[in-house]
Design a protein around this ligand. Structure first.
Ligand SMILES: N[C@@H](CCC(=O)N[C@@H](CSS)C(=O)NCC(=O)O)C(=O)O
Ligand SMILES: [Fe+2]
Length: 255
């Protein structure tokens, strides 16, 4: 199989950042073609907000949206804290998540940052409100396309379906209809990785995903028998993330 490279138009700045305690990826995207360099940050983590602010300031990009793919269960989102450190930033999450934020998105919406945009695709099943953000199709948009899948699809895996309104069959249908229907060279960027992967493609996962290459019944059996421990932070993270993270820097330093 061919190895795919990100070959975005040179105007797209792209950074994949990692938070080691929850193995979370945060993604920074910015349009360098405009003087303001409008940017978005996907799935920031509260404990790495200072790192993210430094990168944003060093690169001189202007953060428009601090956005989440879903209400995370394993870490407190950085969106609330980012809003206190970078005035003007808006928090963004799907309407279906039921969480509070400045901006709510629905399937089919687009999130614009400069000349680039992200399309919102509903990918419930890990949680009710999970969405995948996909770069737009077209001239001057990144090619191959890039999809930020949250916990719907992980490299050679997928999000668990045993809490937060999870539903294995719904996840199966979401991934097949909304992610695997993208072009095979689409780059898939997950919210987590526990084995050292960074990125995959639709083509790779169609061939090698050990869960989602099964039929629906086979998939459900696997998901019903994962026997994963509950995330350590769930009781703190979910309530905090339902209100878009901690907005008070003093409270944030205590978590
Ligand atoms: N041990 C970690 C939590 C690990 C975990 O449950 N990960 C979630 C994504 S975060 S909601 C998951 O869906 N994992 C799927 C898998 O197959 O690993 C902790 O205690 O935080
Ligand atoms: Fe999750």
């Amino acid at each position: 199989m061919a190895a795919y490279q990100v070959q975005p138009s040179s105007n797209l700045l792209f950074r994949q950042l990692f938070e080691k305690d929850s193995s979370t990826y945060t993604y920074l995207l910015a349009d360098l073609s405009l003087p303001e360099k409008p940017a978005v940050l996907i799935d920031p983590v509260q404990t790495t907000v200072d790192r993210d602010v430094s990168i944003i300031n060093d690169l001189g990009v202007k953060l428009l949206y601090a956005m989440n793919t879903h209400v995370h269960a394993d870490h407190v989102t950085g969106t609330g804290l980012l809003k206190t450190k970078l005035p003007g930033v808006k928090s963004l999450i799907s309407k279906a998540s039921g969480a509070k934020a400045d901006v709510f998105v629905n399937p089919g919406d687009t999130i614009q940052f400069g000349t680039f945009s992200l399309e919102v695709r509903a990918t419930p099943g890990h949680t009710k409100g999970c969405v995948t953000y996909v770069t737009a199709e077209g001239l001057n948009q990144p090619h191959p396309r890039m999809a930020f899948t949250g916990d719907a699809l992980l490299v050679r895996g997928c999000g668990r379906t045993d809490f937060q309104g999870g539903d294995a069959l719904e996840l199966y249908r979401s991934v097949h209809s909304q992610i695997f229907s993208l072009p095979k060279d689409t780059l898939l960027y997950p919210a987590h990785d526990y084995k050292g992967h960074t990125v995959t493609t639709v083509g790779e996962e169609l061939l090698y995903n050990p869960r989602l290459t099964k039929d629906q019944d086979g998939f459900k059996k696997i998901m019903d028998n994962l026997n994963l421990a509950y995330p350590k932070m769930i009781d703190i993270a979910v309530p905090a993330n339902m209100v878009c993270g901690i907005q008070d820097p003093v409270a944030a330093s205590a978590v």
